[in-house]
Structure formats: C-alpha cells, structure tokens
Design a protein around this ligand. Sequence first.
Ligand SMILES: NC(=O)c1ccc[n+]([C@@H]2O[C@H](COP(=O)([O-])OP(=O)(O)OC[C@H]3O[C@@H](n4cnc5c(N)ncnc54)[C@H](O)[C@@H]3O)[C@@H](O)[C@H]2O)c1
Length: 354
Amino acid sequence: MSKVELTGKTILVTGAAGFIGSNLVKRLLNDVEDVTVIGIDNMNDYYDVKLKEARLEELDSKPSFTFVKGSIADKAIITEIFETYKPQVVVNLAAQAGVRYSITNPDAYIESNILGFYNILEACRHSYDNGAAGVEHLVYASSSSVYGSNKKVPYSTEDKVDNPVSLYAATKKSNELLAHAYSKLYNIPSTGLRFFTVYGPAGRPDMAYFGFTDKLRQGKTIQIFNYGNCKRDFTYIDDIVEGVVRVMGKAPDKAVGEDGLPLPPYAVYNIGNNQPENLLDFVTILQEELIRAGVLPEDYDFEAHKELVPMQPGDVPVTYADTGALERDFGFKPGTSLREGLRRFAQWYKGYYL
Ligand SMILES: NC(=O)c1ccc[n+]([C@@H]2O[C@H](COP(=O)([O-])OP(=O)(O)OC[C@H]3O[C@@H](n4cnc5c(N)ncnc54)[C@H](O)[C@@H]3O)[C@@H](O)[C@H]2O)c1
C-alpha cells in the first residue's frame, strides 16, 4: 500500500451535508494541517433539510472549507469542481441511501448512485490529463447491503456478493464494479468501504433508532420488523470517521501486470462493529438511554408502544462485519459500545429537539 499524505492537500467530500460526510469534514478540518476541503451536496429533502443545514452551519465558519450546492449527477458541476480545485483525494459519500425508499423512488438511486458516481470516476480519470498528478486516492461508500441475504457470517469481502435484494444494494455493488473497471483502465487508486448501519448524534432520521425515538416521543407505536429476530452490526459514527480517515491515508499500490497494463489499484473493506446486536436488545438499550437523557419520562410504558411485525421487502435478517482486513491493513476496528453510542445520540436528541 502507498501512503497518501493528507497534510496540505485538497480533499473533495461529496455528500458533505450528510450524516457521515459532515462528520468527516469536521474531523479533517480539525485534525489535518493545512487542509483544504471542498464539499458538495444537493441538499435534497429525502429527510429534514434543516438537519443538513445545521450540520453545514458547524462547518461553514472554517475558512479552509468551501461548499458547493449541486448534484454529482450534474457533469458540468463536477468537471468544474475538479478543474478549479484539483482535489488530490476524493471521498464519495453522496448517494441516495435507504433500502425501503428504493422501492417507491427508484429514479433517485439511478441518478445519484449510478450516474453521479460515474461522473466522479470520469472526473478522476481526467484529473491525470496532460501529465497532471491528479487524484491520488478515491475512497467511496459502498454498503453492507451488498451482502444481500448471504447466509455465511461474519460477512467477508472475500464472499461472493452477486445477489442484491434491493435496488439500493444493486447500485452499491455496481459502484464497486465501476470503480474496478476505472482502476484497471486508468490506474485510479480506489478503495470502497462497506459501512454497516451507522448511527450517532445528528444521524439520519430515516433510520430505525431515530424513527423509533421520534415515534416514542410522540406517543406512537414502533414497529419492530421480523418480530425482532434481526441482528445488526451497529457502528458508531466516530468509528466510521476514524476508519475513513485511516483508509484515505493509504491507497492500494499501483503495479504493472504481465500484459504490461496496470493491475487495478483497487480495494474494498468492511467497516462495521464486528458485534451484531439483536433488534430487541437494541430497542431496550435505546429506551433506557432515552429515559436517562430525559427524552422520555421514567414511567414510559414501552410495551404499549411496541408492535412486532413481519420482515419487510429489501430487508435482510442479519448484518455482521468481518473486520480482519481493516485491522490488518489499518490497525483499527470500531469499538464504541451500543450503550455508549446511543447515550450520545439520546443526549444530542434532547439538546436538538427538546
Ligand atoms: N448511514 C449508514 O448506515 C450507511 C450504511 C451503509 C452505507 N452508507 C453510505 O454512506 C454514504 C453516506 O451516508 P449517510 O448515512 O451520511 O447518508 P446521508 O443521506 O445523510 O448523506 C448523503 C448526502 O448526500 C447528498 N446527496 C444525495 N444525492 C446527491 C447528489 N446527487 N449530489 C450531491 N449530493 C447528494 C444528500 O443530500 C445527503 O446530504 C452513502 O453513500 C450511503 O449510501 C451509509
């Protein structure tokens, strides 16, 4: 692997107003000396735009951060950003996320996840035009959803992932395939990261822990899918950011194959907690932490607000990350406990909404 020095570099982060993107930008601006960060986000209303604006407000005060409002599916904007700022490291986090929404709104996935990602790859390719040094490392978000309903756990990047069960998962797997082809053809060092259920303060309102909290607070009933027999490898946001930053700093090596053509400098890793939690245990911890933070009253009647329902289309019963490769190559594995992570979420929720 080749070291990619981040100090003094220009880094493009797409999806910068998103949950993971905004946390990554904050970390880069705080910790990397002399860094310039360009962020792009189309600020779509898939979930409350105010939350995206609030995340951006925290970043806007920093002079080394430039925000562009626009879509990665707009080739002219992407070309202009690459020509103007010449980013040396690119982190593509912009995407239409969510499994269930891809059933009702498939267009958004093709536009952002396929066309948008293709534009990023094309821009990386042309960053080397006329002998320019160009992009040193492209890091992009894939997802644990590529494992579909694979039976073997923990999920390893060595496993076959040819059976997606949602359009979202199919677009993420397609990203990995497109990145492989572009790495091979144009020698772009690329690393795909399969994130496992990321949660934390100012997280995504469309995700279960957040939606459950909203509903419980409003006295509504929460639905627990697959009668609670789901296991998720919940990964705390700071662990994801730590993993992404470490990965950004080390790119797959460039090498020449027997045919004289580049061997693709291409890699894919899991970033997950490596400790799946049962959905019912997760809900219990969430409830306890919501009471502790004062979001819900001490005597809240949870049983009256809980409904066990069947599996939903596109969902998978278990996600469980094998993080061996991440530990081997980057000396890191997520370690924040669910209780600690949900405690920080509950405290943030109390401060933001109540
Ligand atoms: N949060 C998780 O549990 C999780 C798990 C696996 C993979 N991922 C992936 O990680 C990445 C970041 O996820 P997140 O949880 O921060 O989601 P998020 O929705 O909070 O962030 C994505 C951001 O991208 C922006 N965006 C969407 N389409 C865009 C476009 N065409 N052009 C510009 N901006 C666009 C959105 O406005 C949003 O702010 C996504 O690629 C997602 O698929 C997330």
